[in-house]
Design a protein around this ligand. Structure first.
Ligand code: ADP
Ligand code: MG
Length: 167
C-alpha cells in the first residue's frame, strides 16, 4: 500500500481503500484501513453479494466501467480482482463507486511499474477478462439458495447493536 501511495496517482484512491498503517491490538498487530460505508452508514456490501442480490444493474455497469478505466489508465498492480475483495458504496438511489479493499500490490518479483507499458497493459487486460468471467459465473449461479463460497457475507452491518445480534 505504501508503494501505491508513493508511485501512483492520487486518483487511484477513488477506487482503493486507504491504508493507515499498523496498530497494536489485544490480538496482535492490526492493519488499519478506511472502512467503506454507504450514505446510510451501513458497511458497504461486497460486489459478490450485490451481484447475487441484484445482478448486473445499469448503475453497476457504469461503476464497473469507471473502476476499470482507472485500473487501465493508471496500470494499478493487483492480484486477481475477486468479487469479495471489492465493495459497492451506495447512496439511496445509486452506486457511488466500487472500492477494492484487498488483493492489491505486485504479484511477481519485479514490480509491475518496471515492466514495459505494453506488458503492464497485457497483464491488466488479463485480470479484467478474468474479472468478467467471475461475474458471468456468479450470474449463472444466481437463483440458488445460498451465496456460493464462504466469502462475501458481512458478519455485521456496522450500524445495528452487536450485543443484540449475538443474543
Ligand atoms: N475497508 C473496508 N470497507 C468495507 N468492508 C470491508 C473493508 N475491509 C474489509 N471489508 C469486509 O471484510 C471482508 C474481509 O476483508 P478482507 O480484507 O478481504 O480480508 P480476508 O481476505 O482476509 O478475509 C471483505 O470481504 C469485506 O466484506
Ligand atoms: Mg479478502
Amino acid at each position: 500500500m505504501g508503494e501505491l501511495k508513493k508511485h501512483y496517482a492520487e486518483t487511484i484512491f477513488q477506487h482503493i481503500s486507504r491504508c493507515y498503517g499498523f496498530v497494536e491490538t489485544d490480538m496482535g498487530k492490526g492493519l488499519v484501513s478506511e472502512l467503506i460505508r454507504n450514505t446510510d452508514h451501513r458497511i458497504s456490501q461486497t460486489l459478490k453479494k450485490y451481484i447475487w442480490e441484484f445482478g448486473v444493474t445499469g448503475s453497476l455497469k457504469t461503476a464497473i466501467e469507471s473502476l476499470l478505466e482507472v485500473w487501465k489508465h493508471e496500470l494499478v498492480p493487483s492480484r486477481d480482482l475477486l468479487l469479495h475483495n471489492i465493495v459497492v458504496q451506495q447512496d439511496a438511489e445509486k452506486i457511488i463507486r466500487l472500492v477494492v479493499i484487498d488483493g492489491l500490490g505486485n504479484t511477481g518479483l519485479i514490480p509491475l511499474r518496471y515492466l514495459p507499458r505494453s506488458w503492464q497493459m497485457q497483464k491488466i487486460e488479463r485480470k479484467i477478462a478474468n474479472f468478467y468471467e467471475r461475474i458471468e459465473l456468479l450470474l449463472s449461479q444466481r437463483g440458488g439458495d445460498v451465496l456460493p463460497g464462504y466469502h462475501g457475507e458481512l458478519l455485521h452491518d456496522g450500524v445495528s447493536d452487536v450485543s443484540q445480534e449475538i443474543q
